[in-house]
Design a protein around this ligand. Sequence first.
Ligand SMILES: [Fe+2]
Length: 271
Amino acid sequence: MQDRRQLESLDYLFDHFNTTGYDHLVISGDLSNSANQGDWKIIRQKLENHGLYHWDKTTVIPGNHDLIHLEEEMRFYNALNPLPRVRKKAFDRRVLEFCIFFQELITGEERGDNAFPFLKIINYSSVRIALAALNSVYPWYPADNPLGARGYISPGQLRAISAQSVLKSLEDCVVIGLCHHAYKVYGTDSPIDQAFDWTMELKNRDEFLSVMKVIHAKLVLHGHFHRFQNYEVNGITFINGGSFRYNPHCYSELVIDGEGGRTQRFVTLSP
Ligand SMILES: [Fe+2]
C-alpha cells in the first residue's frame, strides 16, 4: 500500500464514493499484506481525509493478512516452539490491537476491546440496517493452518450473535452478516484446486450459515478471495467484494430500499 499509484487509486475510489453519495462503506479485511500497521495507518488517514472515518460511514474487520505474519510465525515457532496457548494469546492481542486501532469504525466506543462479535445498527429514513460482524481469522498452526489462511468463527461469537436479546434488537432490521472468509471455497471442480483450497476455507462454515439463518440475515459480505463474486446458499446471498489490489477500480455496490428489496452489482470505474 506504499505504492504511489495505489494511493492515488484509493483517493480516486473514495472521491467517487463521496460523489455518488453512498451511505456506508464496508471493508471486509486484508488491509495489509504482512500484518503491517503502517498499512492500517494509511487506510485510516485516507478515510479521514475523505470524511469517511466515522462509525456510521464505514465498517472494517480484520483479514488474516492483518493479523498473521506468516514468516514471523514460522520463525517464532521453529526457534521457540511455544505452547499453542501462548501463541493463541499473542493472536488475541493482535485482534485487540486491530479493534483498538479502528475502534471508531467498529464499536465506536472509547475502548475497542471485546469487539467481536459486534452489531452495528444504523437507522436510515426508510430502513434500519444491522451489520452483524464476526471475526473469522484463525491463528496460524503448523498442521491445521499452515498458510494462516484458514478461517474459523469461535463458538462464543456464534452464541453471542444469536442470543435472544440480539434477536430482539434485530426484529425490524435488514440484517447483513459480515466476516472475512468465504462460505464457498472451491473455485473450480478440479481435484487439485480442491486439495489446495482447504488451506483457505472457513472451517465451520455450516455452523456460521445456521447462525446467519437464525438471525435472518438476507446477505453476507465477505472478502479473502480476490474474486468479485456473488452466490446464493440456502436463500442467503453471499457477496465477495473482491480485491482492491487485484483491481483498484472495481467494487461491489449494494442498494437496499425501504421495502427490504436489494440490488447488488459490481461497478468498474474507468481509470
Ligand atoms: Fe484473507
